[in-house]
Design a protein around this ligand. Structure first.
Ligand code: DAH
Length: 340
């Protein structure tokens, strides 16, 4: 016959010592499983002498009910505690601000290029893409710069191990490609793209930079068309009130050749530094396409004429945003890029 009061004390003490759900389940099996001590104690009621049977049975049942109640209570409490433990360990703070997704943006050069494309699109110019790896013939000779022509000094470049194959120094060789493709049709295109030069890298010069070349060819294209187009462009990009100035210059591929300046606002504190005190700032080279270049493109200079221009959008961006170091453009420093 089981010692009921000892059984109850032991069971209660062990239940109190359980620290997790698994321990509670083990406890339950020990006392209430098929061979559980409480269950066995209840079965023993038949062996109890008749005069004690009733009291034994009542006491055993009371212990069973009270232990089940204690177990159920402990199980609920343990589940609450487990939830609390996991909440405090995993620490979900719903008041924290969410993580923002970093927003990318277009590179400042991409933006200025698109602005330039937009202006020339309005003026009826299409975009013509041409190669960055060129040959000496197209980069120089067909543009009226035979080998040993002194003008080549202005365009030192990177040569490949294949003789005569080089990185283009300007977008002007694109003129030859587009002429040869479209001749004898009239042409009105811009030729944007990357150019390369073998230069000492300073705040004003880089070994790579973009250019936007322009070319218009027809049967009655004149210098007046060139001046009108460039003035319209400059005033769209820099402001309607800008004055444009044309100076005579020299390029082997144009005749006559000019350089184009815009006046810089006098109230800009950088005006003096930017314009070296003159009030004028150079934005591009241009001219009427040289008859030899027209011929090299397949056009007859007796019938056709054309104008061309070339500018450096990085330089224009530097003017527009007062950027004082051209190396910032390809340095990939987010602190610079984020500002645009
Ligand atoms: N190719 C010249 C340069 O890189 C720029 C230029 C000047 C382009 C006059 C032209 C032009 O088309 O007519 O310095």
């Amino acid at each position: 016959m089981a010692d009921l009061s000892n059984l109850e004390q032991r069971a209660r003490a062990e239940l109190a010592a359980c620290t997790d759900e698994a321990a509670l389940r083990i406890w339950n099996t020990r006392y209430f499983g098929k061979q559980g001590e409480v269950i066995l104690a209840l079965k023993e009621v038949g062996k109890v002498p008749p005069e004690e049977r009733r009291a034994y049975g009542q006491e055993a049942n009371r212990i069973k009910e009270s232990l089940i109640a204690a177990y159920d209570g402990a199980l609920v409490k343990e589940k609450e505690l487990a939830l609390e433990r996991s909440l405090s360990a995993e620490g979900l703070d719903v008041t924290l601000p969410g993580r923002t997704t970093p927003r990318g943006r277009l590179h400042v050069s991409t933006r200025i290029m698109r602005e330039i494309y937009g202006i020339f699109a309005d003026l009826g110019f299409q975009i013509y893409r041409s190669r960055e790896v060129e040959d000496d013939l197209t980069n120089f000779e067909l543009l009226n710069m035979p080998p040993h022509h002194p003008a080549r000094d202005m365009w030192d470049t990177f040569h490949t191990t294949t003789p005569g194959v080089l990185l283009r120094t300007h977008t002007s060789p694109g003129q030859i490609h587009v002429m040869r493709e479209l001749c004898p049709e009239p042409i009105r295109v811009i030729l944007p793209g990357m150019c390369y030069r073998y230069e000492a890298i300073t705040t004003r010069s880089e070994i790579q930079f973009q250019q936007v070349e322009g070319l218009a060819i027809g049967t009655s294209v004149t210098m007046a068309d060139l001046k009108g187009t460039i003035t319209a462009f400059a005033q769209r990009l820099f402001g309607k009130e800008r004055q444009v100035r044309f100076r005579s210059s020299y390029f082997p591929f144009t005749e006559p050749s000019i350089e184009v300046d815009i006046d810089w606002p006098k109230d800009d504190p950088n005006a003096d530094r930017l314009t070296k005190g003159t009030g004028w700032l150079e934005i591009m080279g241009a001219g009427m396409v040289h008859p030899i270049v027209l011929k090299n493109g397949g056009y007859d200079p007796q019938k056709h004429s054309g104008f061309a221009f070339g500018m450096g959008p990085q330089r224009i961006t530097m003017l527009k945003y007062a950027i004082d170091d051209i190396r910032l453009f390809w340095g990939n420093d987010v602190r610079f890029l984020e500002q645009f």
